[in-house]
Write a protein that binds this ligand. Sequence first.
Ligand code: C2E
Ligand code: MG
Ligand code: MG
Length: 664
Amino acid sequence: YLSRHNRKLYVLSNELQAESRFRRLLMDTLPDLVWIKDPDGLYLGSNERFGQFFGAPEHDIVGKSDFDFVDAPLAEHFRKYDQRAAEKGSSITVEELVRFASDGHQELLETVKTPVFGDSGELIGVLGIGRDITERRRVEEQIRYLSQAVEQSPVLVVITDTEPKIQYVNRAFEVTSGYSEDEALGQNPNFLSAGETPATTYEELWSALRDGKSWEGELRNRKKNGELYWESAHIAPIVDASGETTHYLGIKVDVTEQKQQSEKILYQARFDQLTELPNRLASLERLAQMIAHDRRRGGLTAVLFVDLDDFKKVNDTLGHGTGDKLLNKTAGRLRDSLRTEDTVGRLGGDEFIVLLGGLELTSDAIAVHPDDGNSVGDLLRKADAAMYQAKNKGRADYSLFTSQLNVELQRRVTLEQQMIGALKRGEVAVFYQPQIDLRNGRTVSVEALLRWDSPKLGSISPVDFIPIAERNGMIDALGLFVLEEALQWVSRWRREIDPDFRVAVNLSPRQFRSRTLLEDIDGAIQRAGVPPQALELEITEGVLMLEHARVDETLGHLVERGISLSLDDFGTGYSSLSYLRNYPFDSLKIDRSFTSDITDDPADRELVVAIITMARSLELRIIAEGVETSEQETILKQFDCDLGQGYLYSRPVPPEHIGPEISS
Ligand code: C2E
Ligand code: MG
Ligand code: MG
């Protein structure tokens, strides 16, 4: 019996052992912290995870209290909630931030505290199951502020499921679209479509998303109030841990304003603001289209240039407001006098272009495709040549492009090409023409005049090449070249001929645009080692008609330095007295057209007398240009003109020929 009884006990104890081992295993495998404390707060036992958490093996924990592991206030806090669970008689859940006395690091625990009672109802202790929720809380935090960021973002955010039904919209979506969250949720996002986005766009979008790729593009949508708007959208799949698409995320910006702005810019890039006519760009594009059309269908296209003679004078005398009105009127009249299929464009300033398509006759148009040219550039050059000719014929006139013009045009084109590099190739030189003191016949100064000898075109007059240099910008380099040369030579003449010898250099209106003009002049004077008084700058009235503030300032600076200014070609332009009074000129040059006529035209003589008298009263030095005969000289002397310049004394000559005596 006994042995049977023993055997039974043995089996029982084995079973008990097995069961307790199993429980132990279970406890230690738990990712949670498990412990039990007696009613006095002393640990009765704990699992492995707990030991790891507090950095102590179980045998070091049993019999100890929280005061051994954490700060006293925290240990008291633990104790308080243990007691509360005991009093309540059932589980309570507490969040506890555990700060370790050992190294000060913190972990957030969520703990369930459950009182454990014996068979007779006495309290055995409090069982704690704790879970480290630091990471989970961090993620929750992150989700909280990310979702706030999304909610408050000015960018529209829409999330759909894969169906696609809208699952989420943010505040910006509601504000922009006018639809509330309630109205949007559950809808297919295409409920916003204005029906104006091409079907191919949507096909592209869905094919990208189905391939797990994102899509970017612009969509035209409609707000709740019917208004259309442009969305710049970025749509991407949201995938779960296994890579499966669960949602689509749409991030969108309302770009309607930018779109409108860029349309406006596009309009401004093609239309002239003042007259609302197509501008140069748009006109030339239209011409190219017309030429292409002619090529396919046959037909003629005429190009007309129209400009207003002396438009500048309107601006200068009546103001820009009036000038603008005139341009507008002109644009209107041109438009009214043409067929609807014709084009009037404004090329700039007072230049208009008229394009007449589908013509049958070549006559009555300026340059015609295909008779006069086959490309836009060709036709424009030819129309320009005809315009040039009309101007030369004495204004208020028109001209047609002819083959004679073609020859001249060819020459102009060659000339323009040859000018490039002419300075470097040493084809340009400066000649000097003496200016004679009419009282004693001595050469007191010279005028520097450019000469260009082209091996291809022969010698070219500055009257022909200066305007081209002004247009292609070479005038700046040419101007500097003349200045350098002239100042170097005057330095020598001041030593060898007369210490007061001076040189006059012509300055083109275009040169006033150069920001370095003053520096350049200063530099040249310094390099030559002469005082500024050795230099005189000749300018025409054209300069004074440029933007006033800048010119005034520059002239002021020049005079401050002691450089003299002389007004060239007086009598040919405005010949306005006010210019002479308002600008700091030292001398006035009577244009050679007056000089040549003083001997036989009493009216011209009168005029020259008047000019001299007036200049005297303004204390200006007077120079007569183009003195060719001794009769002219006699009359000029008689009228008390100061200086004479002209073939009578000398033609412009190379610098080596300049001396105290006239040697011609
Ligand atoms: P301008 O400044 O009025 O120069 C005087 C022009 O009259 C020179 O023509 C000169 O050769 C010419 N001339 C001088 N005496 C007589 C004469 O007795 N009878 C006749 N019929 N003509 C005479 P050129 O050298 O052909 O220069 C023409 C214009 O080119 C100059 O007129 C000036 O406006 C411009 N020019 C010449 N060199 C330069 C320069 O270096 N820079 C600039 N910006 N313009 C220049
Ligand atoms: Mg001159
Ligand atoms: Mg002159």
